[in-house]
Design a protein around this ligand. Structure first.
Ligand code: FES
Ligand SMILES: [Fe+2]
Length: 398
């Protein structure tokens, strides 16, 4: 880490400490009203699938989940069922998970290793680069141009250790461009590609994806929804925030920082006294803990606005890098993972399911985002901007 980067981080942490001393937090200029339809309207949900996920890159895996040639994963994206597959040249490709004969789902497993993808229906098979390898009983099928019958490829790029996809055939992909120079540099400083995804799980929840994402950008609910867990560790409603357009970074002080409330820390590093959160637009939260990262990803259901999938990943240094033996390393992360799961299932999910039920009232009345809910404002603005810009592209209207 450069001196400039660490000095900058220490300055942001001191700003959070100052907020804590004064019982303040970063704020946006004004309260923002919103309506329940943002989380229930099927027409808006369809526009988000096309104009957000079909347009900008979002993370679908960490590279260590498919480290070797022939490794694959399948994902239900908002628009397409997708296979991602590690290639012979070390790259990753993404395809629509569908057989080009009569459309059967080509791969049913969620992950594994395949030298070729073989369709369960009539056994047509495809190479891992997507090209059509075999048409069974081809003398009876008739003349077809095999070069046009490969798997449909989706834009895919590996960057900062993650695999990113734009969920629309033929769309351009430029992860660095989407992140912007500064945010791209921040992520590169974390060397996430050298880490290991030790646990990964998806949760299908009866909740709109934006309600889910909002909760994991929210520093205001901690002591109320998590009084005996996170609320004991992290201060509530204290945030030092930085805006990177469609992305953001903010620090929240841990309770251990209280020892510096009265005392001046001087040049002492305060990095271990905070949690640093990143919003990777459009749909991920990356939490930087002192010794590891946690990635949370939120994806809309392919048709129902009131459903989504959250994926959680624990991304950690290898045992060698951490300097601990394998068995101890396993136990450490298993324990960590179980704590995260317990909080999600016992505390976050019930509150969020209830939010979705709340939003289903036809006469909900307007609601609001407070000036203190800074990261939620940025998330909402990002999605609204993408929808508006896409309208411009489609209609030519300003
Ligand atoms: S649908 Fe796949 S081989 Fe027929
Ligand atoms: Fe929470």
């Amino acid at each position: 880490m450069t001196d400039r980067v660490s000095a900058d981080r220490e300055a942001r942490i001191r700003r959070a400490l100052e907020h804590l001393r004064n019982d303040t937090t970063d704020q946006v200029d004004k309260i923002e009203p919103f309506e329940a339809a943002e989380f229930t309207d099927p027409v808006l949900a369809a526009r988000e699938r096309d104009l957000v996920f079909g347009r900008v890159p979002s993370i679908v895996a960490h590279g260590s989940e498919l480290p070797k040639t022939y490794d694959f994963k399948t994902i239900r994206m908002p628009r397409n069922n997708v296979i991602i597959s590690r290639q012979k040249d070390g790259g990753v490709k993404a395809f629509v998970n569908l057989c080009r004969h009569r459309g059967a789902l080509l791969e049913e497993e969620s992950c594994g290793k395949r030298r070729l993808f073989s369709c369960p229906y009539h056994r047509w098979s495809y190479d891992i680069d997507g090209s059509l390898r075999t048409i069974t009983r081809d003398n009876t099928v008739g003349e077809v141009d095999r070069t046009t019958l490969g798997l449909v490829e989706l834009p895919c790029e590996e960057r900062h250790g993650f695999v990113w996809i734009v969920d629309r055939v033929g769309a351009p992909i430029d992860v660095a461009g989407w992140l912007g120079e500064e945010f791209d540099e921040i992520l590169s400083g974390y060397e996430l590609g050298s880490l290991h995804c030790v646990r990964e799980e998806g949760f299908d929840e009866p909740v709109n994806w934006k309600i889910m994402q909002d909760a994991f950008l929210d520093g205001y609910h901690i002591q109320y929804a998590h009084p005996n867990t996170a609320g004991k560790i992290i201060h509530t409603n204290i945030m030092a925030f930085e805006d990177f357009g469609s992305h953001a970074r903010f620090v929240a002080p841990r309770k251990t920082i209280d020892r510096w409330l009265e005392e001046d820390p001087g040049d002492e590093s305060l990095v271990n006294y905070v949690t640093e959160t990143h919003f990777l637009g459009p749909n991920s939260t990356l939490l930087k803990q002192p010794d590891h990262f946690q990635l949370l990803t939120f994806r809309p259901h392919h048709s129902d606005p009131a459903r989504s999938v959250m994926e959680m990943r624990l991304i950690v240094p290898s045992p060698e890098k951490a300097g601990i033996e394998q068995a101890k390393w396993e136990r450490l992360w298993e324990k960590n993972w179980q704590i995260l799961l317990d909080v999600l299932h016992a505390e976050d999910f019930p509150v969020l399911r209830a939010s979705q039920r709340g939003m289903s009232s036809r006469d909900s009345g307007p609601m609001l985002l407070g000036r203190n809910e800074v990261a939620n404002h940025l998330f909402r603005r990002t999605i609204q901007r993408l929808l508006a810009e896409s309208d411009e592209e489609v209609t030519g209207a300003p």
